[in-house]
Write a protein that binds this ligand. Structure first.
Ligand code: FAD
Ligand code: DLZ
Length: 527
């Protein structure tokens, strides 16, 4: 075989899909498929230990599966003494060994990796073909065409186009049920004492156990516990996880979507994002499975529509936005927020029960569901004025599903409003009353959610008004914030001063690094 007919096909850790664009025409005899574990990727943020286990184990399983199907796979493990530590270095080593005539890749999920790949053709002096990642239902170019000329890029309108394009939950060109969106039915708290069903977790097999040992040896300084690892790491297990979600959780997914419980991290959520984002599941097949459950009478329309909207709406939309607006997107800071990330995001050591529980769920499982991410962890950072880059690095590190294309718009745009409203029509800011309504956190909290001011008051309460007051110059003109600003304006000046004083005291106690956010220590400082 002449060397000039051999392609080198690099597959990244979030491209573990048999039908990947860059593998579709792979020649089993001649081509080389390269997968490499590299320290650049394992260490560019302090990834949660379970995230590392999930990705590395899924990569190893995927390589085995390809080999079993007769492909020529070169797998470089992290412990390989010749491992160069970077994609660039490993591609170079493979070129030196196999002299391919061409490199074929599927476009990467992250901007920084794309920049790197675009240099390879001149750096290695061989053609590099970067293929569209058609696992997504809307390409970057489709999204750019949709966005062209629009004053506002609202997800809801993008989603309607995606419903028409995919035909999901459509009937003669119209949405089934006569409405595009049933979210109004999806904002319920869970009744007191409600216990959701147990969720399927997967015991580590021999390959995963080996990776657990590797991660324990090399990354024990990274956050998170490894003991409760239960994520699917093979296509087979990911399909089982999908079946389980459809059978046991989807019927209540809608109603319980915004609810939070101290002792239950998962509730009725899909738990599918880690498998979807690394390629073990495909967005379309997941939606088809949910749609089937509706047609078979197994799950109600509000649940199925809500779930499909998350996938063909939000998931595709955030990716489109990311590629449309990078790299400038990451640099905006509309609310001029610069406070360093509070230490308790890592330790969970805070007297605020909602934050303590959300961090605990995160560290135990490399997972917290959407409302904990948005309305507890994101909301607190928004109100406290945490620097976007600090919070983004945290979110990118701690979740098993986190890659920059999906993490960044969600944190920067949705949670922090740092993009000035490109993504959200108003900031997702809320006081303690919202958290109390949607969860059981407040009943075990050291602070009192009913109190608005003073050392025992829930900090979300005065931080909320202080946030609006402080950011008046940017936010006051937003018509969706008319009501809270009218309420703020009716407050006597002394009350506004007290709010600002309580907020300043509370925030400075965090800034000390003394983590003195308990009602008692706050009290000592105050009096
Ligand atoms: P479910 O709640 O059951 O939803 C079903 C699926 O819909 C998810 O698996 C996911 O693929 C998709 N989805 C839902 N909401 C979104 C969304 N806003 N953006 C993209 N996809 C969505 N999701 C990630 O995949 N990676 C991240 O790094 C990430 N970071 C986030 C950070 C913040 C601040 C917020 C508010 C949200 C973030 N999300 C992220 C979105 C969402 O929280 C997760 O997708 C979801 O919690 C994953 O759990 P699940 O599979 O149980 O999802
Ligand atoms: C997240 C991650 C980690 C932790 N490790 C690897 C790795 O060792 N090798 C690899 O190919 N991919 C890894 N990934 C996923 C990459 O970071 C991801 O493919 C890029 O960010 C592009 O989206």
């Amino acid at each position: 075989m002449s060397k000039s007919h051999r392609a080198l096909r690099l597959v990244l850790g979030d491209q573990l899909t048999r039908g990947l664009a860059s593998l579709r025409d792979c020649d089993r005899v001649n081509d080389i498929i390269l997968l490499c574990e590299v320290s650049d990727e394992t260490s560019y943020v302090r990834h949660h230990q379970q995230k590392l286990v999930m990705i590395l184990s899924a990569m190893r399983h995927f390589a085995d599966e390809l080999r079993a199907h007769g492909f020529h796979v070169v797998y470089v493990s992290l412990d390989d003494p010749d491992n160069s530590g970077s994609f660039m270095g490993e591609v170079k080593r493979a070129i030196d060994t196999f002299s391919p005539h061409q490199i074929v890749v599927t476009e990467p999920g992250e901007y920084r990796v794309r920049q790197m790949m675009e240099e390879w053709q001149s750096a290695f002096n061989i053609p590099v073909e970067i293929r569209n990642d058609d696992r997504f239902l809307s390409s970057r170019y489709d999204f750019a065409a949709w966005a062209e000329g629009r004053k506002e890029l609202r997800m809801e309108f993008f989603y309607r186009e995606m419903r028409k394009k995919t035909g999901l939950l459509m009937e003669q060109g119209k949405p089934i049920g006569g409405q595009w969106n049933f979210d109004i039915e999806n904002r319920k708290a869970l009744p007191k004492g409600h216990r959701p069903p147990g969720r399927l977790r997967f015991s580590p097999d021999a390959v995963t156990q080996e990776v657990v040992a590797l991660v324990t040896r090399r990354f024990s300084h990274h956050p998170g516990s490894i003991e409760s690892f239960g994520w699917p790491v093979t296509r087979r297990d990911a399909l089982i996880a999908l079946d389980h979600f459809i059978a046991d959780a989807l019927p209540s997914f809608g109603e319980a979507q915004d609810a939070m419980l101290n002792d239950e991290a998962f509730l009725y959520h899909a738990l599918l994002s880690p498998a979807l984002n690394c390629g073990l599941l495909l967005p379309h097949e997941v939606c088809v499975a949910a749609e089937r459950a509706y047609h078979e009478g197994h799950a109600p329309l509000n649940a199925v529509e809500g779930f499909i909207r998350q996938i063909i709406g939000w998931r595709e939309y955030v990716r489109g936005l990311y590629w449309l607006l990078m790299p400038d997107y990451a640099r905006s800071n509309a609310l001029d927020a610069h406070r360093p990330l509070t230490e308790f995001y890592w330790s969970g050591d805070t007297q605020m029960a909602c934050l303590a529980a959300s961090v605990r769920h995160t560290m135990e499982h490399a997972y917290a569901h959407h409302i904990e991410r948005l309305m507890v962890l994101g909301n607190f950072a928004l109100l406290a004025g945490i620097a976007p880059e600090d919070l983004e690095a945290w979110f990118l590190a701690v979740y098993a599903d986190a890659y920059e294309w999906v993490e960044l718009p969600n944190v920067h745009g949705m949670a922090l409003y740092a993009d000035g409203g490109v993504m959200a029509s108003k900031p997702y800011a809320a006081s303690g009353a919202y958290i109390d309504r949607m969860s059981d956190f407040c009943s075990s909290c050291a602070f009192d959610v009913k109190l608005k001011l003073g050392p025992k008051a829930c900090p979300f309460n005065y931080l909320y008004w202080d946030f609006l007051d402080r950011n008046g110059p940017v936010l006051r003109g937003n018509p969706r914030l008319g009501m809270p600003y009218r309420t703020l304006d009716k407050m006597p000046p002394e009350r506004r001063q007290e709010i600002s004083k309580d907020a300043a005291r509370f925030l400075s106690s965090l800034a000390d690094g003394s983590v003195t956010d308990s009602p008692l220590s706050f009290q000592k400082e105050m009096w």
